[in-house]
Design a binder for this molecule. Structure first.
Ligand code: HEC
Length: 173
């Protein structure tokens, strides 16, 4: 059984709830209207900026995918190294020899001929052009000793290697 007070309470209470819902609907409508007045964000860089901000800091390469990625990176680094000019592009044989070739040709490491007449007599007989080609492309002698192509620095230009070989020939005592 509902008392008359209960009925009065329910009546007033639903009126309050009803008016609050109405206020909420009006506010939602007003907010939607205000938002529609805002000009749209037309900056095309915005998406790119957001992408950059939320991009992962690092990446983990694992398994065969990782190996492929690492191989690709190494390949790119090698290409970049080849694209650069070694030792500032100098054609000064003494500079290039001092930076690279001396490592083997001064000590005689790995059977490299030192700059002495005895070591070069037979080689000089091949002619300078052949020596230059061997220095550029690499060469393995009859004893199995190996001269790496461009002394192991692929960023040297052919002209730089040629200049260095000529300089070496002038240094043989
Ligand atoms: C890693 C060691 C090494 C480096 C570095 C090196 N050489 Fe050699 N080079 C050799 C060896 C070993 C031989 C001898 C190969 C043989 O005939 O048995 C050789 C031989 C040569 C020859 C003679 C080739 C022939 O036909 O007899 C020339 C010319 C030469 N090197 C030039 C250079 C120049 C120029 C550089 C630097 C750009 C250089 N080398 C750097 C190891 C090296």
């Amino acid at each position: 059984m509902q008392s008359p007070q209960d009925i009065a309470f329910l009546k007033h209470f639903s009126m309050v709830i009803g008016s609050l819902v109405l206020v909420a609907i009006v506010l939602i409508g007003f907010a939607t209207y205000l938002y529609s007045l805002q000009p749209p964000d037309a900056n095309p860089l915005k998406a790119a900026k957001v992408d950059a901000r939320i991009a992962p800091v690092g990446a983990v390469y694992a398994g065969s995918t990782g190996q492929a990625a690492m191989a690709a990176a190494a390949e790119a680094a090698k290409k970049a190294a080849e694209g650069q000019v070694a030792y500032g592009g100098t054609l000064d044989g003494s500079t290039i020899f001092g930076q690279l070739c001396t490592g083997c040709h001064t000590s005689g490491a790995n059977g490299a001929p030192k700059l002495e007449k005895a070591a070069w007599a037979a080689r000089l007989a091949q002619g300078e052009a052949t020596l230059v080609q061997h220095a550029i492309n690499g060469y393995t002698g009859p004893d199995g000793n190996h001269m790496p192509a461009k002394g192991g620095n692929p960023s040297l230009t052919d002209a730089q290697v040629e200049a260095t070989v000529k300089w070496m020939m002038g240094q043989i005592k």
